[in-house]
Ligand binder design. Structure first.
Ligand code: NAD
Length: 252
């Protein structure tokens, strides 16, 4: 059996694809042959140009995943464009920073709604299609180092990403026999909007860099290989893992 990372003929739905890690993942999947359904809150022109430059078909869907309201529309539109959704990348996520002692209910609920609740129900809706036609699929959740570690000043984020790691394992157990691979990627410290506050804090920024064995922050493109691998047939027997892509952070 030859090993293939080719995604030709597959349709990948990527949430939060307008920028950062989601954009880089969409482009990597496009470069490997997948058609892209890009879900996001804001304009996805740049992602569209990059994916089309790679020769991919591209369909943007504007949606706010802070509630479950758009989920049926996203799945219906995505499946119509792509015939079916073969690959789902749950990348959209937010973070709120404040000391745990004064953390607000709003900062708790806002983060949980996007990072965990909408992720679960979008995944459920996509998986129903994958199970109904019997062809299975690949689901990739974007977890975090805070799926393994505590961190500081980000209680709802740590709870959501630790929860997402657990959910990845549960869904893998329920759906592995249905031909669906559910796995997660845990990015380390990457240069995106999500880490802007950290990078603007000279002390925290230096502490973080000093602990990364690779000696640099991650660039969004560093995630592409892991995403393509987990989306491809090369990963057909991989279920329920949370794969760190972290420059060696967790090995330290
Ligand atoms: P980012 O802030 O640049 O991107 C977040 C994406 O999520 C954006 O596309 C944004 O539009 C989308 N999003 C947020 N709320 C949304 C909503 N209500 N509806 C629809 N889309 C919404 O940051 P990023 O670093 O690219 O983050 C992508 C994912 O990677 C997130 O889940 C984040 O937690 C995770 N992550 C990032 C890092 C890092 O170092 N940058 C590390 C670990 C995990």
């Amino acid at each position: 059996m030859s090993i293939s990372f080719d995604l030709t003929g597959k349709t990948a739905l990527v949430t939060g694809a307008n920028t950062g890690l989601g954009q880089a993942i969409a482009v990597a999947l496009a470069q490997s042959g997948a058609s892209i359904v890009a879900v996001g809150r804001s304009a996805m022109d740049e992602t569209e140009r990059l994916c089309r430059d790679a020769g991919a078909r591209f369909h943007p869907i504007h949606a706010d995943l802070s509630s479950l309201e758009p989920i049926d529309r996203i799945v219906a539109e995505g499946a119509e464009f792509g015939r079916r959704i073969d690959i789902l990348v749950n990348n959209a996520g937010i973070i709120r920073r404040a000391d745990a002692i004064e953390f607000t209910e709003k900062d708790w609920d806002d983060v949980m709604n996007v990072n965990l609740k909408s992720t679960f129900f979008l995944t459920q809706a996509v998986a129903r299609g994958m199970i109904a036609d019997g062809a299975g699929g690949k689901i990739i959740n974007i977890a975090s180092l805070l799926s393994f570690q505590g961190g500081i000043r980000i209680p709802s984020y740590t709870a959501s990403k630790s929860g997402l790691a657990g959910l990845t394992r549960l869904l893998a157990c329920e759906w592995a026999s249905r031909g669906i691979n559910v796995n997660a990627i845990a990015p380390g410290y990457f240069v995106t909007n999500n880490t802007e506050a950290l990078r603007n804090d000279p002390k925290r920024s230096a502490e973080i860099l000093g602990r990364i064995p690779a000696g640099r922050w991650g660039n969004p493109a560093d995630l592409g290989g892991a995403a393509v691998f987990l989306a491809s047939s090369a990963a057909d027997y991989i279920h329920g893992v949370v794969l760190p892509v972290d420059g060696g952070w967790l090995a330290r």
